[in-house]
Design a binder for this molecule. Structure first.
Ligand code: HGY
Ligand code: MN
Ligand code: MN
Length: 410
């Protein structure tokens, strides 16, 4: 009688800690921006762990990495995975947890000698965060056919460095064609990155979908002049337009309520001097909503306000789209499966949409997909203090194991 496979929690925590040491920053977080040396070192480490599990490794032309565990039969695998790139002030769990828990599933099966009917695949996708190169979820978007390799290679960071050159430089511009591995199902384990599960004292989130995302960059060009001698009526102040926009984005989110959120996360002024009116501003607007029509309404209001404010201030404005993804609804059979298995584990469950973008929202274009969430303490993420308790991390990984096992014997 084969023993039941089980996640080795201590090993999972040790792996999370080992990966977190790459790009470690004060406060216990990680900085492994996509395709930097830190990202390369993180990739190399995870690939070495895949090799140690005897997974067949594929690196595709956008640098997505797939580790496939043979099944009793050939054919499309049951896939899990996420990302190991981070934002500059990232935590140690965002993305990393889903990839390393996937490797723990393979390790648990090896330990008891279980060979599933269908192959399993653990993946990490390139540039999920979009913090250096936009759009976010880029590797999985290319994998799903939503973004061309040429567009991806041509993406540049704020220093003008091309993504394609960075991919080459770190040695992850792989030989495999993108989209080559089409899974039979995709399940992503992730921290919630928000407060909903913790506030409800729920352990497992059965994720119903991902909200829509709208990212735009605005470049404002005004006239720099003396902050003291220039009468207010003669100013063309780029800094004022950026500040007014940030305030208005907050007001739109407040007025619309519901799921609407809005953020101005980047705001750079030039010459950035206390006594000089700014003649240049670069800022970004991140709008999200679970409802596409409402997201478009938020965009319309924000764009109109910024255009009117720029005109009244006598400055010019350029708007550039960085990312635009409609809301995604996950396959209900997959959501049901997550909920049922979590409850069979005796876990409390809640169905919820994801506030953050994830690779799963791209994989949902290819196959039945859902996600498993575990609580984030204080709902904090994209922050070095990001934390999830060891017990919750293990609970999520145990659900992942059984969801994958069930799918792999379908
Ligand atoms: O921005 C996001 O939602 C994701 O963390 N890339
Ligand atoms: Mn993530
Ligand atoms: Mn993230």
């Amino acid at each position: 009688m084969t023993a039941r496979p089980a996640i080795d929690g201590l090993h999972l925590h040790a792996r999370l800690a080992a990966l977190a040491r790459i790009g470690a920053i004060d406060g216990g977080g990680c900085a492994r921006l996509a395709l930097t040396d830190e990202d390369k070192h993180g990739r190399d480490l995870v690939v070495s762990w895949m090799r140690a599990l005897d997974l067949a490794i594929t690196v595709d032309a956008i640098g997505n990495v797939f580790g496939v565990r043979r099944g009793r039969e050939d054919g499309p695998p049951v896939m899990t995975g996420s990302h190991i790139d981070t934002v500059r002030t990232g935590g140690r769990f965002d993305g990393n947890y889903g990839v390393l828990a996937g490797l723990e599933v393979c390790r648990a099966l090896d330990t008891v000698g279980v060979r599933t009917r269908h192959p399993l695949c653990v993946a990490f996708f390139t540039n999920e965060e979009g913090a250096r190169f936009q759009p976010d979820m880029m590797g999985s978007l290319v994998h799903a056919g939503g973004f061309s390799l040429q567009e991806a290679y041509a993406a540049t960071d704020t220093a003008g460095v091309r993504l394609g050159d960075e991919l080459e430089r770190i040695g992850y511009r792989g030989p495999a064609p993108t989209g080559a591995i089409r899974p039979r199902a995709f399940i992503e384990l992730h921290i919630e990155q928000g407060p909903i599960l913790e506030d409800a004292a729920i352990t497992i989130g059965a994720v119903t979908g991902v909200q829509g995302i709208s990212w735009y960059e605005f470049i404002v060009t005004g006239v720099s002049a003396h902050a003291g001698t220039t009468p207010m009526r003669l100013r063309h102040d780029a800094g004022y337009v950026a500040a007014a926009a940030a305030s208005f984005v907050r007001q739109v989110a407040r007025d619309m309520g519901g799921a609407q959120v809005g953020t101005v996360g980047v705001a750079e002024l030039r010459p950035n001097l206390i006594n000089v009116i700014a003649n240049h501003a670069r800022f970004t607007v991140d709008l999200r909503n679970t409802d596409e029509a409402l997201l478009q309404e938020a965009e319309r209001r924000v764009f109109a306000f910024i255009d009117d404010t720029a005109q009244a201030e006598g400055v010019t404005i350029e708007r550039r789209r960085l990312a635009r993804l409609e809301p995604v609804v996950f396959d209900t059979t997959m959501v049901d499966r997550v909920e049922r298995i979590a409850q069979a584990h005796g876990r409390s469950t809640l169905r919820l949409p994801s506030g953050a973008g994830h690779d799963a929202q791209m994989m949902a274009r290819l196959c039945p997909t859902s996600m498993i969430f575990v609580p984030s303490v204080k709902g904090l993420s994209h922050n070095v203090a990001e934390y999830t308790t060891p017990a919750d991390l293990e609970a999520g990984a145990a659900v992942l194991l059984d969801v994958m096992l069930e799918l792999a014997e379908d």
